[in-house]
Design a protein around this ligand. Sequence first.
Ligand SMILES: C[S@@+](CC[C@H](N)C(=O)[O-])C[C@H]1O[C@@H](n2cnc3c(N)ncnc32)[C@H](O)[C@@H]1O
Length: 468
Amino acid sequence: MLNLIIHGSTTHGWAFSELNLGEEVRACNQIAFQAWSPTGTSLAVKTLRQNQWLLARPETPLSRRPQWLTLAIGCHEVQRLQFVFAGSGFHQVFMSPIVLRRIESTTTWVHFEQRGPECFRVAMPSKNSSITVSLASFHRWRSLGSNTSMHFGSNDLGLLTMRGPAGDQSVCLAFPTVFRSARTLLPIAYVGISSFLLGSFALRGRPILSSLNKSLFAAHLFSIITTLREIAIRRRIQPERAWDIRARERPYWYISYSNSAVESEAIANADLEEVLDGFDRAWLKQGNVLEIGCGAGRLLKALAQKVGNAYGVDFSGEMVRLAQTRLRGFSNVITLKNDGSSLSMFEKEKFDFVFSFAVFQHIPTISNVEAYFREIHRVLKPMGEVKLQVDGRGDSVLWRSFKILIGNDSWSGIFLSRSELLALAKTHGFEVIRLGHRPSRRGVLGRQNLWIHMRKPSSLEQIPAREG
Ligand SMILES: C[S@@+](CC[C@H](N)C(=O)[O-])C[C@H]1O[C@@H](n2cnc3c(N)ncnc32)[C@H](O)[C@@H]1O
């Protein structure tokens, strides 16, 4: 046990604590501790090996509740450990004593796409070692008896333990038919209902299938196919990770249904027009603007010339990396990774304008949306304005029922209605300037494009909502 105990330390800016590992602790190969931060402080851990500092844990925000963090480090090679806490403004960190462990088996995380059966290779380090696979709390996965030299055991936590001879082993797993069927049936139901809705639009005189509307039809079809694919393959993956995968796979498609960075930039101006519509732009020339969910930075690039300083946050580290590459050379634009619900890296009353486009429609929980409303209110200057686009299909009984059937995930987020948005604005102390559906660029699901334009009041006086 090591004695670095930070209990409720309050720091400003960034701070670090260092530990020297003495001879007596050299047998460990893992350190474990509990850490949490009510202010969303980030923690990075560095190790000094052979006089070189290496990152053992990249800078990642700590959660609000105590969480065990384990880091694999070969203690015999490590001279010093450094804990770096970072965040803007004041932050609080709580840490339990650090436990040094000697672990004989390895724990490895294999992410399945859950189409099952899935095969992967594991490298067994030595004859008597074991490997534990976490199956996303899904302890019903079974091994397909293809590899007789491996022993598979599972426990209640959805962990599968594998033992076998040293060296590379190929392992195949599947989960029972009943779960596979559910996964197949839901997307089929989705296609069926979507086709029904499209057909009914056509019958009501909207010539969706006419040659004049081929591109509109194609856009609907693209949207349905992408949603279907996402539901089938990434439903159970954590939202942040799912977006990292999308950013690696085909970022511009998932950002704006574009096939390349250039194509996505070509439509960025039109999308930015939608964002800035009804907004006094002259005001922004010197102002600070924040985009929530900035993706690969296409809107920030279009915005850079129009504002004093532009900031973007996104919870996908991969997206932020793409944005930083794209925005290199724009000295007034900064992009940062956040934790998906807080803006704790910004001090209060920093921004004149906060906006978000094509992001809230992907957020799967209402608590997450509420957290953003709270945070936006905190970081906006009095009389600062905010424009958010959400999936407004909550206004339709048909879509709502359908949503109950397919559920929410990181691609198909929650639907909100106008009354729900008004209630959120009121609860969080905003004046609503405008609220209404807008036809979207490609005409994809007009109902989906619900905008709310709000202001943080400087007094308690309320401006009545204008719909349209
Ligand atoms: C469809 S893209 C839109 C990107 C950008 N707004 C644009 O129009 O180019 C959605 C982005 O929102 C991000 N995102 C989704 N949920 C988020 C959350 N809770 N917090 C921060 N970013 C989020 C995703 O990582 C992704 O980059």
